[in-house]
Design a protein around this ligand. Structure first.
Ligand code: UDP
Ligand code: MG
Length: 325
């Protein structure tokens, strides 16, 4: 049997050598205090998921586990699978040996002190607790602008995400069991979790700056993530294409009327520029529409292949998982 109130923290790590020791130190302190307050059981663990790092991240995780197996566990993925997949790999690995799991980034941007409130909310009967950032003062203007734009755009595009919530959240084992049934390859966890339902609430925290190292989310990856979020959760862009097509048809009908009027007025020579402009405009519009459809086709292709989303190479954990059925 799983001990009541067993908390597993899932921390994805990709080249996090500079911060890992500090993160581990702070999490250990937090775990000890939570255990003393009897909020979590002594079977609780912190699981670092090494997402195919190129530096010494995995060695550090192994050392942490060796030094304090009563706190630290580790998962080694066979290769880099991306943040969302690394988080899912961790969650799916621990779903049968925990009562709740919290996902958190390794870079200490998420406030470790919010964990207390999350666990308390779990004790109050919540199955999902979203960590929501209360301010973005520590972000660069660019990150703030793009991130807030992202949430607003997502909403307009029909993907219902919790505003200013990233992937810092608590989920109960019950919710994890349900999450296991979501088989999509294009993962967008913050869109999926609200779909599962169950009683949920928010916990507010101030997001700090990355403790050390560099962001693994350059603009290119961030844009990819946004496109993934939208196309995985809504077909609104496809509807927009239809609407655009309809509007264009009406406009061209008006333009036709206009040419007839011009013709009757006897000034039919003019109109070279309007012709050229419309060719470019329609051409652009068509390419855009095809591009959007292409995005969806590409995603369908990835989904139908049903390839594994991650491969766990090692799981180091000292709790006897075979006893815990
Ligand atoms: N991460 C990962 N795999 C990747 C990229 C990132 O596991 O391919 C992890 C990374 O180690 C960190 C978290 O995902 O713990 C968030 O990444 P980061 O802090 O670089 O993103 P940002 O906070 O800048 O959006
Ligand atoms: Mg970060």
């Amino acid at each position: 049997m799983i001990k009541e109130n067993t908390l597993y923290m899932v921390v994805p790590c990709y080249n996090e050598e500079p911060v890992l020791h500090e993160t581990a130190k702070r999490l250990k302190e937090k775990y000890i205090s939570l255990m003393e307050r009897c909020l979590i059981s002594e079977d609780s663990r912190v699981v670092f998921v090494n997402d195919g790092s190129k530096d010494r991240t995995w060695e550090i995780i192994q050392t942490l586990h060796k030094e304090a197996p009563e706190i630290f566990s580790g998962i080694n993925l066979a290769r880099n699978s991306g943040h969302q997949n690394a988080v899912l790999a961790g969650l799916m690995t621990v779903k049968d040996i925990c009562s709740m799991a919290i996902t958190m980034d390794a870079d200490l941007q998420d406030d470790i002190n919010a964990i207390d409130a999350m666990v308390e909310k779990f004790h109050e009967g919540n199955h999902v607790v979203y960590g929501v950032r209360s301010a973005r003062d520590t972000d660069t203007f660019f990150k703030k602008f793009t991130a807030e734009g992202f949430y607003k755009f997502m909403k307009v595009m029909g993907a219902d995400v919790v505003y200013n919530h990233a992937d810092f959240r608590l989920m109960s084992a019950r919710v994890l069991q349900e999450l296991a049934n979501y088989k999509e390859v294009n993962l967008f966890l913050r869109g999926m979790v609200p779909l599962i339902g169950f009683q949920s609430c928010n916990v507010y925290y101030e997001r700090a700056e990355r403790f050390a190292g560099e962001s693994k989310y350059p603009l290119r990856k961030m844009l990819g993530f946004a496109v993934n979020g939208i196309t995985s959760f809504s077909t609104k862009p496809l509807k927009l294409i239809t609407a655009m097509g309809f509007i264009m048809s009406v406009v061209s009908l008006l333009a036709m009327l206009w040419t007839i009027v011009v013709k009757i007025a006897g000034a039919s020579e003019l109109g070279w520029s309007s012709t050229v402009c419309s060719i470019w405009f329609i051409g652009g519009l068509q390419l855009l529409a095809m591009g959007i459809i292409g995005e969806y086709v590409g995603r369908i292709y990835a989904e139908v292949k049903q390839r594994p989303r991650y491969i766990v190479a090692d799981f180091i954990n000292n709790t006897k998982t075979e006893d815990k059925q």
